[in-house]
Every structure is written in C-alpha cells, then in structure tokens.
Ligand binder design. Structure first.
Ligand SMILES: [Zn+2]
Length: 212
C-alpha cells in the first residue's frame, strides 16, 4: 500500500511538473489526478519520471537547456516576495499569469523566468520548461532550474523557512527537488541569496536542506 501511494505521488509530481496537475501531492487517486491523466492522453503526451522514486539515481546530467544544451546540475530557490494572502482564493494558474506579466512588463523578459512555482497550499505549476534557460539570477542561469515559492514579502535572508512559508510548501519543495534529482544529477541546491546580496528566497537554503 505504501508503495502504491509512493508511486501515485511520483505520478502526481510528474504531472505537476508538466503542468497537468495542480492538486495536492498526496498519493490519493482523486478526480484531479484522473482529469490530469485524461488531459495527457488527449494530447498524446508522454510522462517522464513514472518510475518508482527509489528505482535508480542518475549519475550525470539528463536535462539540458537551450540550443547549446547546457547540462542542468543546479537548483536555485526563490520567493515571489508576495504577502501571505496575495491573490488568496485564486488558482495558481492566475498567480503564474500575474508573475509572467511582471517579468514581461517590468523586466522585459520574453516570459516568466522561473521553471516552477509552489503555492501556499503546496500546489506546483511549471513556468518555463526545464529544457529552457531560465531567468532568476543575473549571470547565473545556464544549467539551472529556478523554483519560486509564493510568499516571502518582507523576509530576511537569514529567516527560518517557516517564518515566511507553509508546511505544505516545505513538503512540496522537498518532493519537487527529489523528483528532479530522480531525473538528473543535481550537484548544488542554492538560494538566490547565495549568489547575490538579496533576501530572496527568505531563508538559508543549506540550513533548510540539512534540517531534513
Ligand atoms: Zn530570487
């Protein structure tokens, strides 16, 4: 039974990473999981990473970005710097649309810079495809997957995770990192504040990782 739940969690995570599923990663086969699978089938899509999470660990880069094919070996964590109740009650798709608008209109980027968003309730939604070079850290984007947590307004670089983010976000972020690691060898997991004098993501990533 536990194996079945783990396998279903891995499936939900794979569907979430591809943008088909925004429900909880709970290993329960509900209407949202069913709808996501139907959507994949309708598009003739293939789901990667359906193996059991413990099946095997890649020894090298398996995800590549851009036409130059930079190997992905790092995850950088960010926050949206939004208040805890920002767009409360609206779906994560609406929040992604708003962040996409900021990045286009205020930064002049061609689309949202992050590869994944994690909402307050732990829902996960892709931004850019993992095979595209993102925009998250100035001069440090090749071979990086950028993950953005919704929230974090007024945070400091040294805050504990739970001061600015939810337990559901903690679980979702760890699950997403595990799912990416099951597919490609990640050698560094950092925060924006490890690369620049910024508060983002509003916690010390290495402390948070080591706490698990
Ligand atoms: Zn950032």
């Amino acid at each position: 039974m536990t194996d079945q739940i783990d396998a279903l969690k891995a499936l939900q995570m794979a569907l979430a990473r591809l943008g088909y599923y925004t429900g909880a990663i709970d290993g329960l086969f509900g209407s949202r999981t069913e709808a996501a699978l139907k959507a994949v089938a309708a598009e003739g899509g293939a789901i990667r990473n359906l193996k059991h999470p413990a099946a095997s660990t890649p020894t090298g880069p398996m995800i590549f970005q851009g036409s130059v094919r930079y190997p992905v070996d790092e995850i950088v964590i960010h926050c949206a710097a939004t208040h805890p109740d920002w767009m409360r009650g609206q779906p994560l798709t609406a929040k992604r649309k708003e962040i996409d608008r900021w990045h286009r209109e205020e930064r002049g980027w061609r689309k949202i810079g992050y590869h994944h968003l994690i909402d307050r309730d732990g829902a996960i939604l892709p931004g850019r495809a993992e095979t595209e070079i993102g925009a998250g850290v100035e001069g440090h984007n090749r071979g990086v997957i950028h993950i953005c947590l919704i929230g974090g307004a007024g945070s400091a670089a040294t805050d504990p995770f739970e001061r600015n983010f939810t337990a559901a976000q903690d679980r979702a972020l760890r699950g997403l990192i595990d799912a990416i690691r099951a597919e490609t060898a990640i050698t560094r997991i950092t925060g924006h504040n490890d690369h620049a004098a910024k508060a983002c993501p509003g916690f010390v990533v290495r402390n948070w990782i080591n706490r698990a």
